[in-house]
Design a protein around this ligand. Structure first.
Ligand SMILES: [Fe+2]
Ligand SMILES: [Fe+2]
Length: 143
């Protein structure tokens, strides 16, 4: 397996929002599948399929988090939504032909995806989890 993969789920990744934590585990699993696929020397179609799977699932997950934020009238929603959009935009920018043809680019892509995902889960998603807990504890708006 590539260096720094597979990514293992750690207890401190948990946000406390059950659906979100389940989806984060699935995202990490897809990322690990992508790393294993890259290491095996994928065809263009294999790489395309797994990157598309990651993008699709990320979009599904982000929409779910954004619904949670809307329901709470969450103050940090715009900033959080922007981070999600940045990730989706970046996945669309990956040139899979170049990645297959150029040694090192696949590792760069995996590094970006892993870093973004872990930083996002450990940063802004944690704050959402804390606000969600406050919101549900008080029944009032949490911001
Ligand atoms: Fe998020
Ligand atoms: Fe998330």
């Amino acid at each position: 397996m590539l260096q720094s993969f597979p990514v293992e789920w750690e207890p401190h990744f948990a946000t406390g929002i059950p659906s979100v934590d389940e989806q984060h585990q699935k995202l990490i699993a897809i990322l690990n599948d992508l790393a294993a696929t890259v290491e095996a020397g994928p065809t263009h179609k294999q790489l395309l399929d797994i990157v598309a799977q990651l993008a699709d699932y990320a979009q599904y997950h982000f929409a779910d988090e954004e619904r949670i934020m809307e329901a709470m009238d969450y103050a940090e929603m715009d900033e959080h939504r922007l981070e999600h959009q940045t990730f989706i935009n970046q996945i669309e920018l990956f040139d899979l032909d170049a990645i297959l043809a150029t040694e090192g680019l696949a590792a760069e892509m995996l590094h970006y995806l892993k870093t973004w995902l872990c930083d996002h889960i450990l940063g802004i998603d944690q704050r959402l989890g804390q606000a969600w807990a406050r919101h549900h504890a008080t029944g009032r708006e949490a911001t």
